[in-house]
Design a protein around this ligand. Sequence first.
Ligand code: B1M
Length: 218
Amino acid sequence: MDYGDLYERMKQSVLDGDIEEAGRLAEESLSMGAPALDAVDMGYVKGIEEVGSLFEKGEMFLPELVASAEAMKSALGILKPSMEKAATGRKALGRVVIGTVKGDIHDIGKTIVGSMLVASGFDVLDLGADVDSRLFVDKAKEFDADIVGLSALLTTTMPAQREVLRILEKEGLRGRVKVLVGGAPVTEKWAVEIGADGYAEDAIRAVSAAKRLVGDAQ
Ligand code: B1M
């Protein structure tokens, strides 16, 4: 079935910052049987990417950006259970603590990565956004995490990824807790520079990277 028109409307709902329409289309896609991840990737994400470039060019302003993000989040909230459904009944591949680093409130990409990890069979503890570096470490211990996933969307918050690594090292946890980093400005080079164990540029690659880190490479 071709969902092209539906995905186009999803993209437009984000561009328009139309929260109701974005949510309505998410419900519609579920009732039509469209794959939730495709709806996110080919519909809503296309919208938020365009919003980002309009914002960068000064053709869109902060209040509109906020409305677009809210529209995207309302749709994600509806699609998340479907994205995560595939995992039920399987033995967990590993345990992941994930969040967006301190000072950074961008949580859309991190939430998609978390859902994809759940869908792929990981147990995931999502700490949300603007997470204190120390909390990542405390929660990693508490949750007995195999992986700590750190998302950063601002160049100014990327150093917080390094800070978490340093605390893990100080606590003697680097041997057993792997660190996966990502987010739009994050690169492989940065990951190597700070000593992270893995880097992924999108949610699909994040799953492959996480599997590799727990020794379950496909
Ligand atoms: Co902001 N913002 N924003 N923003 N925002 C960016 C990031 C920016 C690039 C926009 C621009 O100028 N073009 C720019 C950053 C510039 C920079 O530092 N390089 C920017 C700015 C400047 C700001 C403010 C400072 C604006 C202001 O106040 N003047 C402010 C900062 C607030 C703060 O955090 N302290 C701000 C605020 C906001 C909103 C609140 C309005 C909203 C966020 C809402 C929310 O998330 N709840 C927002 C949004 C929506 C964006 C853009 C438009 C879209 C981000 C997004 O959700 N993308 C963004 C422009 C852009 O990125 N092109 C922008 C969709 C999402 C699916 O992609 O998050 O990249 P992404 O996630 C991907 C991959 O990166 C990867 O997989 C995901 C799925 O494929 N990934 C991982 C992400 N995390 C990963 C973790 C992993 C692995 C992979 O392992 C653990």
